[in-house]
Design a protein around this ligand. Sequence first.
Ligand code: PLP
Length: 393
Amino acid sequence: MQFQTADALKRLPEQFFARLVGKVTAAVRAGHDVINLGQGNPDQPTPPHIVEALKRAADNPEFHRYSPFRGHAFLKNAVCEFYRREYGVTLDPEREVAVLFGGKTGLVEIAQCFLNPGDTALVPDPGYPDYWSGIAMAGGRMEMMPLREENEFLPDYRSIPETVRKSAKLMFLNYPNNPTGAVASRDFFRDTVEWASEHGILVVHDFAYGAIGFDGKKPVSFLEIPGAKETGIEIYTLSKTFNMAGWRVGFAVGNPSVIEVINLIQDHYYVSLFGAVQAAAAEALLGPQDCVRDLVNLYERRRNAFIGTLRASGWDVKPPAGSFFCWLPVPEGHSSESFADLLLEKARVAVAPGIGFGNAGEGFVRVGLLTDESRLAEAAQRMTRLGLFEKIR
Ligand code: PLP
């Protein structure tokens, strides 16, 4: 028998990238040496001291029982210490921190917490598709905020029509940005706080790539801005900073009334994460941080190898300022999808077509810096050998 699913599930967006995975798998099965730069899965292992902390904690019978519903106090205290040390932000561990099963969970939950059917959420375009999923499940409406190159891939609040602005309840932002690699300045966040608080819009800043800023520039936390805590929250994950994507641990910090509602919905969905994962997460936040510096340096070397090779052969591309993605304009006469197909077929390099991140992503492809420098340089060589690219003027 085929059972009917709930309407909320029918609204879920199509998984665009499943198609890409299928194409790459077919090329690999056909025996081709594909360099897969299409995904966003960190390739490095979790630093050993964090893995050791998990192993020790796994032996502790206290963690074999249910965790406290809203997470262990030691982890919430560690989050506060991390934000104080890294960003000079003071947080109350009980009222201003919610422990999450990875950032993704929080990003999907938040729409369900604050949107009624028909309510509007502002979404960056291009942007991370999980924002769409939560909005769809809540029955909300998405209004796209185009991120244009001429505006440094930041939204232009003043160009949002008044009717949209008035109906908006929630807004997603994400810097360092997936997919464009752009970072936000303090001035941009100041403007965001001012604009969002004037119009009563809840800001959800996705800080997934918070640790990954290049050329010696540390990305700014939204919460560093005076007034930010009144206006919104930030969602942080250990997936990228500490190569812990498989561990599923993150947290939301900021406005206490919003944090309370996240905790409330989670009281109904889950009991918090395995205590030993929480212990290892606390070790990651409080323990030695050279692993983070080494990781950022690694991504920066990869970026330089990839972009440097493209530029040396005359392709005019800009290096990303943060995240581990490069956002490349496609050559004349191509769509992002036809170009990605061409690269897979002729260069055996897989990239993600920009259209998968929203309509304003058309005209670009995303490259993940998630393989070693020599493979990245080789990918760049294979791409430039096609001879399709705009010359540096
Ligand atoms: N936000 C962005 C922009 C991402 O790219 C990702 C993961 O790729 C996430 C959030 C979610 O990360 P996680 O659920 O592993 O914490």
